[in-house]
Design a binder for this molecule. Sequence first.
Ligand SMILES: Nc1nc2c(c(=O)[nH]1)N[C@H]1C(S)=C(S)[C@@H](COP(=O)(O)OP(=O)(O)OC[C@H]3O[C@@H](n4cnc5c(=O)[nH]c(N)nc54)[C@H](O)[C@@H]3O)O[C@H]1N2
Ligand SMILES: Nc1nc2c(c(=O)[nH]1)N[C@H]1C(S)=C(S)[C@@H](COP(=O)(O)OP(=O)(O)OC[C@H]3O[C@@H](n4cnc5c(=O)[nH]c(N)nc54)[C@H](O)[C@@H]3O)O[C@H]1N2
Ligand code: SF4
Ligand SMILES: [Mo]
Length: 739
Amino acid sequence: MRKHETYAQQPHIRIITGACPHDCPDTCAWQIAVDERTGRAVDIWGHPDHPITRGRLCGKVERYLDRVYHPERLTRPLKRVGPKGSGQFVPVSWDEAIADIAARLQQIIAEYGAEAVLPYSYAGTMGLLQGEGMASRFFNRMGASRLARTICATAGFEGLTYTLGAALATDTEAFAKARFILIWGSNTLTSNMHLWPFVQEARANGARVIVIDPARTRTARAADEWIAINPGTDGVLALAMMHVIIRDALYDADYVARATVGFDRLVARVRDWTPERAETITGVPAARIERLAHEYATTRPAAIRINYGLQRHAGGGMTVRTIACLPALVGAWRDEGGGLQLSTSGAFRFNRNVLERPDLLQGREPRTINMIRLGDALSLDPARLAQAHYRPRPVDPPVRPEEAGPPVKALIVYNSNPAAVAPHQQAVLEGLRREDLFTVVLEHFQTDTADYADYILPATTQAEHWDIVKPYGHYYLMLNRPAIAPLGESLPNSEIFRRLAQAMGYTEACFTQSDEEILREFVEAQTDPVFEGITWERLVRDGWARLNLPQPFVPFADGRFPTPSGKCELYSERMAEDGYDPLPTWTPPATRRNADAATVWQQGWLFCISPPAHSFLNTTFVNVERLRRREGEPSLWIHPDDAAARGIREGALVRVWNERGEVHLRAHLTEDIVHGTVLAPSIWWNKLSPDGRNINQVTPAEESDMGGGARFYDVLVRVEPLAVASEEPESTQQAVSLA
Ligand SMILES: Nc1nc2c(c(=O)[nH]1)N[C@H]1C(S)=C(S)[C@@H](COP(=O)(O)OP(=O)(O)OC[C@H]3O[C@@H](n4cnc5c(=O)[nH]c(N)nc54)[C@H](O)[C@@H]3O)O[C@H]1N2
Ligand SMILES: Nc1nc2c(c(=O)[nH]1)N[C@H]1C(S)=C(S)[C@@H](COP(=O)(O)OP(=O)(O)OC[C@H]3O[C@@H](n4cnc5c(=O)[nH]c(N)nc54)[C@H](O)[C@@H]3O)O[C@H]1N2
Ligand code: SF4
Ligand SMILES: [Mo]
């Protein structure tokens, strides 16, 4: 008997349906069993009826209750007593904390203006309410600095949008119909496991599955074939595939004529991108590129799953833009089970104004800070602060230091752990250590970031609050109901901002609405046809609702794209206007800009990527002991040849460093990573790492090409046995500049 059936027979057990809040494409529907005698949640499982969840949660969220009831869960507001970063706090009452925080913020606003307050958040919860819902009302009313939430996906998202017009994608269920599946820069079994059953179904019907990745991930092992590629070179592979497809007339002339613009110019562009040339850059043998292009163009339906892993490079936006041209070229969008999936989020055409209330800005236009530049944003040097301003496109003018605005004097962090996840960690920590910076952190746990707070405010988890979650890996809108009462004195983010708003003297009615009222109003305010028939009552009853889209949803079968031209833009006028090459091209990683890979390697550098560890979700779950034990310890995958050249043996502690910082990791020698690249499964907590640091010691805070996106995987490091003393990191002035 399955869990829900077993529990349904126990009179004291209540079963509540909710939605996983995590930053994961799958946005699962879950069920939680609560013992009504104690009010305690006793079990959690995947909802058996949800079409994507299909009764299964991942190994992390199966342990969700360990996290909810973790002995170190924050249950009372805490006020700092020791020096910044020492992690010493005493409990205080909510009234005292809220009153003091409001007074400090008022003081800062009076002296420096509201832009001196910076909210900092990301996707600790993907819920619309506990995410930016009440928080943006609060910060809009205040006129605080705005935050560009770029740390994950903006480069690829922009690249995709230039090409297709919106983040629409092959339906997840439709992957079962594909006969050729290219998993490109995605570790599906780790970061998107609910796609896999559809991939398996396709294979049972004869589909071939190929993974393109610098690492032989568990997904690459499970697939039919692994194509090993040098990081940051996927654009080259795509250009060479287009070269072959056009040269051998394998493209879909009818679809191209009907549904694309710029084909002739694309033909001229890819003429020089021969497989032989591509081999020297990508490391993929020319013959393999030929075969890949033929298989892709001649097997139907053909689906591509790309994820955000391949766009964490200086050319990440252009890479996604280039790959996104492939399905139109071969007409793959015609078929159910053909096309491409990066994100389904573009289908959720929400009107968010009723939720986030931009009208509360009342015409003010506060500066926007790019979140990946947190170290610069917290600097008291106006030149660095100016660099932290959000400039998503090349045509956006640089900000002069005298235009940078006030220094950041207050930082309010929620749903994020920047001391561990943000790049250029030393700069971030230096900022967080400022004694004159007033920092408030809303959290479940005393994270690396919370250690630097003046106040830590205990927040509820998804088991304890209401929300609506918008997925990016399927087309079902999800409702989360609370299963249990808040633990200790913890409060939902929404309630914390509600109380802060009242203490600040914000009297608008939107600061007194309850969570359910807000969500109901939000659902009822949606007018786009995709929400037709989706009511609050229906969400409460069922827990989810498929968008009002045809099933199957084959987004571009008719050849119409929501771009300015109405077609798939192989040539994009809008890109030209924004300062980009209007045609697909290769924008090399910053680490290859000044020298080719061979030179980089000769000088002793290695490329370094740090994709998701299987048992963590970013830094969430690192403190759940069972999951941390399963992950082992912070490690570095290194090719045996690269290890031998450095005298590194299996299991040795190594020093991984560059001019930004260093971290100590345990070497794991393996041919599962391409030669010349190292891989550090991430993201560990600093304080749960043996040397108190993580891989973001070495990652750069500079932007990628589009959307101000992050460049986590575009970095060079030196690796050496820890025992060997060495010279200090060299400066960027040498032949190869770090990026
Ligand atoms: N278990 C787990 N699941 C997660 C997360 C997690 O931390 N843990 N994180 C979540 C988040 S925030 C996100 S954004 C999503 C997606 O997060 P992504 O970062 O897209 O994660 P992956 O799907 O693991 O894909 C990354 C893969 O891309 C490969 N890669 C790195 N650089 C390149 C490159 O230049 N080219 C190619 N072809 N491949 C490259 C890596 O080796 C890795 O296998 O996953 C989410 N799901
Ligand atoms: N080196 C390296 N760095 C990376 C990446 C990488 O691949 N390599 N990946 C990047 C990517 S893709 C992303 S998305 C970012 C992720 O960065 P973050 O979004 O900061 O992700 P988490 O580390 O999971 O931190 C989320 C925090 O929010 C808290 N939280 C969760 N729910 C709630 C809530 O309801 N209320 C409150 N107040 N807090 C809550 C959790 O306890 C957790 O500490 O990291 C980026 N950093
Ligand atoms: S993290 Fe992803 S796979 Fe795991 S339960 Fe949540 S949505 Fe599902
Ligand atoms: Mo992410």
